[in-house]
Design a protein around this ligand. Structure first.
Ligand SMILES: Nc1ncnc2c1ncn2[C@@H]1O[C@H](COP(=O)(O)OP(=O)(O)OP(=O)(O)O)[C@@H](O)[C@H]1O
Length: 273
């Protein structure tokens, strides 16, 4: 493929709610994600990461600027974009009253995978996510880590060229987190897939991402490899230092991007798992 996996040019998104002042969630953002790259979108709560992802995956209409996925403009060819993409959202995307297998089959049908191929494809992604033995149990009996792996299986069943993960390991214990990281790595190695992820875990971004975009208040504040970003902040700087450097005063603001609200988010997600 010649084109970049994702090309974002001068993207701006304004939320307008009645009785509230317009809120600029994404503010003149431009960046590209190369084919085969693992790219991280980082930034404090409210920085605009999820809004950017929802614009890329066609769940929000583009207002200003443009987004192309493997050369397809998301505003003009949304179905082509959806066919190329797997998405694991922040919110739970499984149906707890169905078995693991039924959850993946449901996605296979949504993606119009032909009936004769469906069973083999579903089995393959369940196997890859080490869910074969528990595939016929209700998803309501799964642990938080298994739920995340089931969501990855759903997102992979149409063999996407671009996998988009919105906080893939939030609320998981360290062992379950390691397992998700391992699976993301394995998928990249086996399929050369492009991965775009958001996370609040700096260790995760450092280990998985080839390049990272730091966002703050809708704008791009830094872009580079984890090592480049660390070097630019200072000798022996960690990615957490980089995060603090660019998030600045926002980390003390509990109403929007504060660390306290990040912790609250993790606690909430922990209960979901
Ligand atoms: N549907 C909406 N209506 C109004 N404002 C919204 C809506 N969705 C998001 N926002 C606002 O847009 C801003 C960016 O939100 P977004 O969810 O993109 O941030 P984020 O970086 O993903 O944050 P988090 O790390 O908490 O997931 C926030 O101020 C948020 O309150």
């Amino acid at each position: 493929m010649d084109s970049d996996a994702v090309e974002i040019e001068h993207l701006t998104h304004v939320f307008r709610a009645r009785k509230h002042a317009p809120h600029i969630a994404v503010d003149d953002l431009s960046l590209t994600v190369a084919h085969g790259e693992c790219f991280g979108l980082l930034g404090p709560n409210g920085a605009g990461k999820t809004t950017t992802i929802r614009l890329i995956n066609t769940l929000l209409p583009v207002q200003t600027g443009s987004v192309r996925v493997f050369g397809h403009d998301v505003a003009h060819h949304p179905m082509a974009v959806r066919a190329l993409m797997g998405y694991v959202p922040q919110q739970l995307s499984i149906e707890s009253a169905l078995t693991g297998r039924e959850n993946v089959e449901w996605f296979a049908r949504l993606f119009d995978i032909p009936r004769r191929e469906r069973r083999a494809r579903v089995d393959a992604v369940l196997e890859m996510m080490q869910l074969t033995e528990s595939a016929d149990r209700l998803a309501s009996t799964y642990s938080g880590g298994m739920v995340r792996r089931l969501e990855l299986a759903q997102a992979l069943v149409n063999r996407p060229a671009l996998l988009v993960l919105d906080e893939p390991t939030v609320g998981l214990d360290p062992v379950a987190r390691d397992s998700v990281w391992g699976h993301v790595r394995q998928m990249r190695e086996e399929f050369g897939m492009t991965v775009l992820l958001t996370t609040h875990y700096m260790e995760e971004a450092d280990m998985l991402c080839d390049r990272i975009a730091m966002m703050n208040r809708g704008r791009l504040s830094a872009l580079g490899s984890p090592d480049d970003l660390k070097r630019a902040v200072g000798p022996r700087a960690t990615l957490e230092d980089v995060f603090r450097h660019y998030a600045g005063a926002d980390l003390n603001d509990d109403s929007e991007g504060g660390l306290a609200s990040v912790r609250q988010g993790r606690r909430t997600a922990g209960r979901l798992g």
